[in-house]
Each structure stands twice: as structure tokens, then as C-alpha cells.
Design a protein around this ligand. Structure first.
Ligand code: AHM
Ligand code: MG
Length: 331
């Protein structure tokens, strides 16, 4: 994982294209493929943002009547977002294969000369679409493991999160933000809707070391382990603020800016929790660590988990460093 910092201080207001270009100049050996891939994601996110803003006017918030590979209700907007990113990766030619929450198997783009693979949750928190609550896109970018020119396989994706080249998310909220890292700090860009352009609004984001927000689905309290129950009782005693949107991106983003912890522990129904390692936890864990926070599954750093399948789940405890440290004392 790359851990040096940017060699220049980008100014608030820098357009994302310029920022990406400057970042590329500062990366030894960069030939522009990652920059192009990031631009492809930027464009797809703007199109999805436009579609989301029509929710309620058209039937994009309705169910497709089918389930995704996790047996969850698929909304039309889930599929629109999935298709839009597919198109970006097929046409952009910088990605040879991807995995998506909305597809059972890996998807080959046919661009076998490309060196990158992508894991993506095109639209996270989609149960919130039809009630006008923040939703998000989460993505991780890796180098392929197989030789350039060959056809990638699932094996290419079975890499630890610490091997990510870049990761980010888009939050479609009161404003639309794109937050990403290439391992040189975390940068947040806000979409200026009349120009249709993202501008740097949050340079070098740092998660406060301590926080007083905890985010967990309290309705599952009785299904959690005694350790997690004790921790939640501790949060009550401390009179921490309970904040839970049910959109991981939005819960994570708020806690990253204000200081807090997000928990999705195992339950009786989901023995590994619900959150998917490859296209949810890893990206946010990379961002959290780059911002000075932590992410663990309770046993080890999320980024050190050796994946065995592309849709695997992991418990997720992520946020302010001291809060995550303190949580782990409950085991
Ligand atoms: P999704 O990928 O199907 O949208 O599910 C992931 C979402 C997260 O955004 C959110 O934190 C969590 O599921 C909420 O789950 P629950 O309703 O069980 O609390
Ligand atoms: Mg999701």
C-alpha cells in the first residue's frame, strides 16, 4: 500500500480533473491509467446522481422484483447504477474485470490489456432510495495479479485490502460528495450542480481520534454477542449520541468528519455480519486508516483479511481510532 503524502498542497476549490492530474504528476511511474479510471468513475457518478435526483418522479426507486446475489431486494436504481459503472469500465478500457454487489460472478470487460480490477457496490443503502435518504457508491481499485494480456479470473480479486491502489465513495446526500484516496491522504470533493463539476472541499480529511457518536442497528441488540451488548451499554452510560442512517457511506462519512464509530456486528441471522468485505469494508477501511482512524473485524485489521470469495462478509467496526481501540477491550 502506498503511504507517502502528496508533494503539493492542493487548494480548496481545485477542480477534480486538475487534482487528479496533479496527483498523477506526483506519482512516480504513473502513466495516466489510474487517472483515466478515476475520471471514468467521476463521470458515472454524475450520471447516477442525475438519476437519483429523479427518484419519486419516475419509477427508478421501485423494486425490480428480483433479488441480488445476497438475496436482497434489487431496486431499479441499483441496476441503473450497476449498468452505468459497467459502461464506464467497458468503454474506459482501464479495467479488465470487476465484481459488483449486483452480479453473482466476476464480469470480464474484454480489456485484457488493462492492469486494473475494480470491486464496486454501485448503490449502497438502496433501501433508503424511496424515502429520500442519503445513499452511496463504494469502490476499490487493485492491480490485477494475472499477467497483462490474459483473461482475469476470480483469483485476481482475492487480495487483501492493504493491496488497494485507490478507494473511494460517492455520497448522494444533501450535496453530492466524492471522497477518495490513492494512499496519499483522503480528499473530499463536492459536486457543484449547476456546473456539473466536483471541486475540492475537504482536503486531507482526518478522523478525530476520539468521538461521541456510535452507529449501530439497535433493533438487533438482543441478537448481538454479550461483548457487543456491553459496549452498547457503555455507549449509553457515556451518553454518546446514537446516529444510524442505515446507509453505510452516510454513517461512515458523518463519523469520519465528526468522530465516531460504526458497528455492524454478527447477528444470529448474519454470523459474519452483513457488510461485504470486497466492495464495502475494504474501501472504507483504507480511507479510515488514511484519515488516521481504524477498521477491524474484531480480530484483525479489515485490510489484513485474506479473502476467500468475492461476496464474503465480515463484521465491521470502523471509525475514530480511540473508540475502535476501546471497543476491542470488550472481548
Ligand atoms: P446494501 O448494500 O444492500 O444496501 O446493504 C448495506 C447496508 C449498509 O449501507 C447499511 O449500513 C446496512 O446495510 C444497514 O443494514 P441494516 O438495515 O441491517 O441495519
Ligand atoms: Mg451495499
Amino acid at each position: 500500500m502506498v503511504t507517502d503524502t502528496l508533494k503539493y498542497a492542493p487548494r480548496v476549490g481545485t477542480a477534480i480533473d486538475r487534482f487528479i492530474a496533479q496527483d498523477q504528476i506526483n506519482s512516480k511511474h504513473a502513466v495516466g491509467d489510474l487517472s483515466q479510471l478515476l475520471r471514468d468513475i467521476v463521470l458515472a457518478s454524475k450520471i447516477i446522481n442525475r438519476e437519483i435526483n429523479k427518484a419519486g418522479l419516475t419509477d427508478i426507486d421501485s423494486s425490480t422484483g428480483v433479488s441480488n446475489p445476497q438475496d436482497e431486494d434489487q431496486k431499479r436504481l441499483d441496476m441503473i447504477a450497476h449498468a452505468r459503472f459497467l459502461r464506464a469500465f467497458f468503454k474506459g478500457k482501464k479495467v479488465c474485470a470487476l465484481i459488483s454487489e449486483e452480479a453473482e460472478d466476476l464480469i470480464l470487460t474484454g480489456n485484457n490489456d488493462a492492469k486494473y480490477i475494480v470491486a464496486i457496490d454501485p448503490l449502497d443503502g438502496s433501501s433508503n432510495i424511496d424515502v429520500n435518504v442519503s445513499i452511496g457508491t463504494i469502490f476499490s481499485i487493485y492491480h490485477r495479479k494475472s499477467p497483462i494480456g490474459s483473461e482475469p479470473t476470480v483469483e485476481d480479486f482475492l487480495q487483501k485490502g492493504e493491496d488497494q491502489v485507490a478507494a473511494g465513495y460517492v455520497q448522494y446526500g444533501s450535496s453530492t460528495m466524492l471522497v477518495y484516496t490513492t494512499g496519499r491522504g483522503v480528499y473530499g470533493f463536492t459536486l457543484e450542480p449547476s456546473l456539473g463539476e466536483y471541486f475540492l472541499s475537504h482536503p486531507i480529511i482526518k478522523i478525530p481520534n476520539e468521538g461521541s457518536i456510535y452507529s449501530v442497528n439497535d433493533g438487533y441488540f438482543n441478537k448481538f454477542s454479550p461483548e457487543i451488548q456491553s459496549y452498547i451499554k457503555y455507549c449509553h452510560e457515556q451518553q454518546f449520541k446514537a446516529r444510524y442512517i442505515g446507509s453505510l457511506v452516510a454513517d461512515f462519512h458523518r463519523n469520519m468528519l465528526k468522530g465516531g464509530i460504526y458497528l455492524y456486528p454478527p447477528t444470529k441471522k448474519h454470523q459474519l455480519g452483513k457488510i461485504r468485505l470486497m466492495y464495502e469494508s475494504n474501501a472504507l477501511a483504507f480511507i479510515a486508516e488514511q484519515a488516521g482512524g481504524q477498521a477491524t473485524d474484531g480480530q484483525q485489521r479489515i485490510l489484513q483479511i485474506d479473502p476467500t470469495s468475492i461476496h464474503q462478509r465480515s463484521p465491521l467496526y470502523i471509525g475514530s481510532s480511540k473508540m475502535v481501540d476501546h471497543l476491542t477491550t470488550f472481548w
